[in-house]
Design a protein around this ligand. Sequence first.
Ligand code: GTP
Ligand code: MG
Length: 340
Amino acid sequence: MSQFARCPHTFRPLDPGATVSPYTGLELPADWSESVTHCIAMAGARASGKSLYTAVVIKQLELLAARFHRLIRPLDESTRERYTTHYETPLYLEMRHMAPTPTSTSTDAYQRDPLIFTLGTWRAPDGVDRVHNLVLRDVAGEDLENTETPVEELEFFRHAHLIVFLFDPLKVPQISSYLHGLIPPQASLGGNPEDVLENLRRILGDARPALAVTISKFDTLQKLAALPDGEWQAIMGNEGSSFRRDTGWDFDRHDQLMLDMEIDALLRYVKADTLLNQLEEAYGSRGERHYFAVSALGESPTGEHLSRQGIAPFRTTDPLRWHLQRYGVFEEPQPGGVSL
Ligand SMILES: Nc1nc2c(ncn2[C@@H]2O[C@H](COP(=O)(O)OP(=O)(O)OP(=O)(O)O)[C@@H](O)[C@H]2O)c(=O)[nH]1
Ligand SMILES: [Mg+2]
């Protein structure tokens, strides 16, 4: 019996051998209680890039898995259908923007059910080879911006293994005023990430799941490297810095440590003090948090359509691998096995 299976809707632990979730009354997928569940929730303001990230990260995981001779597959028909309709088709076939994720109270809230992908068989922490399943919950930024959203609706955040908190750097007031004039003003929706973080704290209560604090749309900041000589050229154009390069399929602890420190330094440099203080206050010594920088697209879209150069994701799998590597998933086997 595995103690690594969780309810895919609520992310709560399950009793060994459970075939039905005691929290939802719903039947669990076959052999679920023998498997390892990785519970990951997306967070962020409207238009912070959560759904595009979700669409792209699955494709990237497929490529990564192939290197380990594994296949990523939707576990059920519902995941396959929803991923294809809402994520893959608009982005990869129609090459256009995705519609904003509907609020959880609307009838067409397809994200109320989690996306479940099986990652193949890997050695589990108990030394037994088990199927690992990734459960991803995309959320409407509208629900996270709204301080009246009932906590019960979003309680799964408390039980997540990992929250990927995406924020558009240009939506942080201190960063956008710092960069005023350097980056063309972006007329887009979406609230202040600081407000979302505050609301997330309300939802989390005393829980502190690992938090991947992730700059989204990093391509917009990378553009600063192209500015004529100056401070930004020096910072973003520095070939030696971790956030300048993608490490391909390697997930290297040292590189991640550097990345974390560099993003921290970058946020200090652009005087994002409110955000930094909020994170320190909420997480400080109470929970794990790590900084990341990703770009799902690699390039700013023009109008309704995505760049003609296609999608060039940058460091998208890093936040997920921060969690998965602890379980030895997408890692070369260690002689002594994995220890959590
Ligand atoms: N430049 C750039 N723009 C991006 C990137 N990812 C997303 N965007 C832009 O951000 C918009 C919103 O992305 P979504 O993924 O739909 O945002 P969301 O967080 O799911 O928004 P809600 O569903 O309303 O919560 C997209 O339509 C793109 O214009 C990226 O990697 N680079
Ligand atoms: Mg969305």
